[in-house]
Design a protein around this ligand. Structure first.
Ligand SMILES: [Zn+2]
Length: 349
């Protein structure tokens, strides 16, 4: 199956009332782990690469690996997404490679650190939307600023400094025409999201629900949504790691989000922990081993297990065969004709 438009994938998720995990990749084993899980659970999937991933793996290696995943899995719809594009140029180069979706994170300036003004965010996002839609490519924007730093991207902080204002979210969605909107509700990137199980004082699900009420047809995106399960932290620490106790976003809160317009859920940290724990275990238990396959294989399996759990929890499992992909060129025509201005209504909850 060719890579599909993320907009189509999210529209279908809205119709079906489920969420779709967006999993970050940097190398072949991570891509294989995601595809193993997608195949096993029959899930459509979003694979995403940060700027850091593109630099680490080199653009062409990474993109060809994704193409291989699509060729080897003709029954699985895959959208390839640029995570946290910092500029028009980053998004343009991803589209040139063949990515079917880009995030223009204009909530920060091009340095990826300094919060921008609302008008700066609208301007750069609108430019990316015009350029991308002409080519049939989906755009995710961000309003409000997430906490933490990941891959050198982020404003830092707890995530509570720049919670999304629902009025601004409405104005932003209208002025930019984004297909999907990332909002800041207290989540952070990285492993250290919360210092106890989050409650409503730090994880603002009420803000998400308020935004969804006003923007019922905009696909919402939850970033920093790893659950950071204790059992994964424990494996890392048991075999010589030293992670401080930390809490992520509980799966039940993500499911509440999915009932309220969240269609894309970004997960990275959980997979990193699963991989690291599996590798540490091999090193600790069999220090005589030195063939990378001896630890990359269990690492890949550990990640596939986490991904497949999330696919089931988010509800995307079983939906791979629901639809046939619309060619990207047809998406371009549909954006142009205004057909995509109307969004599918959100399934009743
Ligand atoms: Zn993010």
């Amino acid at each position: 199956m060719p890579l599909v438009s993320m907009r189509q994938l999210l529209d279908e998720a809205a119709k079906g009332g489920y969420g779709v995990g967006a999993f970050n990749v940097n190398d072949m084993e991570q891509i294989q782990a995601i595809m193993m899980a997608a195949k096993q659970t029959k899930s459509p999937v979003i694979v995403q690469a940060s700027r850091g991933a593109r630099a680490f793996a080199e653009d062409l290696y990474l993109f060809k690996l994704i193409q291989a995943a699509a060729e080897l899995n003709p029954d699985i719809p895959i959208a390839m997404h640029q995570d946290h594009g910092n500029s028009f140029e980053t998004c343009r180069s991803a589209i040139a490679l063949g990515y079917t979706s880009v995030m223009m994170d204009g909530s920060l300036k091009e340095d990826g650190k300094t919060p921008s003004t609302f008008d700066e965010n609208v301007d750069v996002t609108r430019r990316v939307v015009d350029y991308a839609h002409e080519r049939g490519v989906t755009v995710e924007g961000e309003i409000g600023v997430l906490g933490g730093v990941e891959d050198g991207h982020g404003a830092g902080g707890s995530g509570l400094e720049h919670i999304t204002d629902p009025d601004q979210a409405v104005e932003f969605a209208e002025r930019t025409g984004v297909d999907a909107l990332a909002i800041a509700i207290g989540t952070s990137h990285g492993a250290y999201k919360f210092n106890k199980k989050p409650d409503g004082s730090v994880l603002k699900m009420d803000v998400l629900i308020a935004i969804h009420k006003r923007l019922p047809y905009t696909h919402l995106v939850m970033h920093g949504s790893s659950s950071v399960p204790k059992e994964l932290q424990d494996i890392v620490n048991k075999y010589g790691g030293s992670l401080k106790p930390t809490w992520g976003v509980p799966v039940e809160e993500i499911q509440l989000g999915i009932r309220n317009g969240v269609r894309k859920v970004n997960v990275d940290t959980d997979n990193r922990l699963a991989i690291t724990g599996a590798i540490r275990k091999v090193f600790a238990e069999t220090p005589e081993k030195f063939d990378p396959r001896d630890y990359m294989k269990p690492a890949r399996e550990a990640m596939a297990k986490v991904v497949s759990e999330r696919m089931t929890e988010f509800g995307q499992a079983g939906h791979a065969g629901d639809y046939t992909p619309i060619p990207i060129s047809k998406m371009a025509e549909d954006y142009k004709s205004g057909k995509l201005d109307t969004r599918p209504s959100v399934a009743a909850h």
